[in-house]
Design a protein. Structure first.
Length: 309
């Protein structure tokens, strides 16, 4: 009994049920759209990651080439008796190296390993620039022989660092190549996942909408069928079905119908009791009472009239 009372207490009206149904569908749609939004964001992040890796790969290759070009320009500057043309090329190469490094550092901020490698590369290049600057000063102030001897010694000192620098830059290039090679497969997996979520969401929404429509319609039609059956029962004088539970419009209509049927039964009972009282009075009358139809036939005779005739 307690469970039935709770069920009746929390029964919703048809309007509330319709609002609840639409709300559930809206929530499902929001979940579906949110899932698609998250997948799209993930795909955009992968696309940006691919672009960043390609940029780092391209700029690192450019940096390697610029380092070699700068070293070659400085070598030609020394060999060609301090030719200012090669010195200008070398200085442009140095400026380009620093520009590329600034760009790479900005792009690699989100990756600790890339940032570490670029920091080492930056230190190595700056050390090389300082070495070449010292050699350049010797070329400008000393004899050619002394300058070449000094340059050969400083180059030998810097060579291990230059080799490590080259190795780290090539390793960075290889790592970025691997990332770029992996990204198409990851993007394809994301596209497949996106398609799967899209198909699943559409199917789930359609099935849920059909399920809710069937359940909602069946619930309403079954209760309406009880109302229709009650009208037939009332017409034929049969006992009505039990009142519908709940507080929705159909339950209220059924309750009103039961009240109306109860009132009619009561009026019928009162009418029968009144007829019985009138018949008793007529039957006990000491005088005869006869009623005739329009065509002159006798419709009714009380007992007193029957004794007369």
């Amino acid at each position: 009994m307690r469970l039935r009372e709770l069920k009746e207490h929390f029964t919703l009206t048809l309007r509330q049920q319709g609002i609840l149904l639409v709300s559930v569908l809206i929530v499902l749609e929001l979940i579906f759209v949110s899932s698609l939004y998250l997948l799209l964001n993930q795909a955009e992040r992968e696309a940006r990651r691919e672009q960043r890796s390609k940029e780092i790969l391209g700029q690192t290759n450019t940096l390697i080439q610029t380092v070699y070009d700068g070293a070659e320009d400085f070598k030609q500057y020394a060999i060609n008796n301090r030719d200012p043309v090669y010195l200008e090329k070398y200085e442009r190469a140095v400026s380009r190296m620093r520009e590329i490094l600034r760009y790479l550092k900005d792009e690699g901020q989100g990756d600790p390993e890339v940032s570490r490698v670029l920091a080492n590369v930056d230190d190595g290049i700056e050390e090389g620039i300082r070495t070449f600057t010292d050699i350049k000063k010797i070329f400008e102030t000393r004899s050619m022989l002394e300058a070449f001897q000094y340059g050969t010694r400083r180059r030998a000192e810097y060579q291990p660092r230059f080799d490590r620098l080259t190795h780290e830059m090539l390793a960075l290039v290889e790592d970025q190549k691997k990332l770029v090679d992996k990204i198409p497969a990851a993007q394809q997996a994301q596209r497949n996942q996106f398609k799967g979520v899209l198909l699943l969401g559409v199917v789930a929404n359609v099935l849920f909408a059909l399920f809710m429509a069937v359940v909602y319609t069946k619930r309403i039609t079954s209760r309406l069928e009880i109302l229709v059956d009650n009208t037939t029962r009332m017409k034929t004088g049969q006992t009505l079905n039990r009142p519908l539970t709940g507080k929705d419009e159909i339950a209220q209509l059924d309750a009103d119908f039961h009240d109306m049927a109860y009132a009619l039964d009561r009026e019928k009972a009162l009418l029968k009791a009144s007829e019985a009282r009138v018949r008793a009075i007529v039957d006990e009358m000491p005088v005869g009472l006869v009623t005739f139809s329009r065509d002159g036939r006798i419709d009714f005779m009380n007992p007193a009239a029957q004794t007369i005739f």
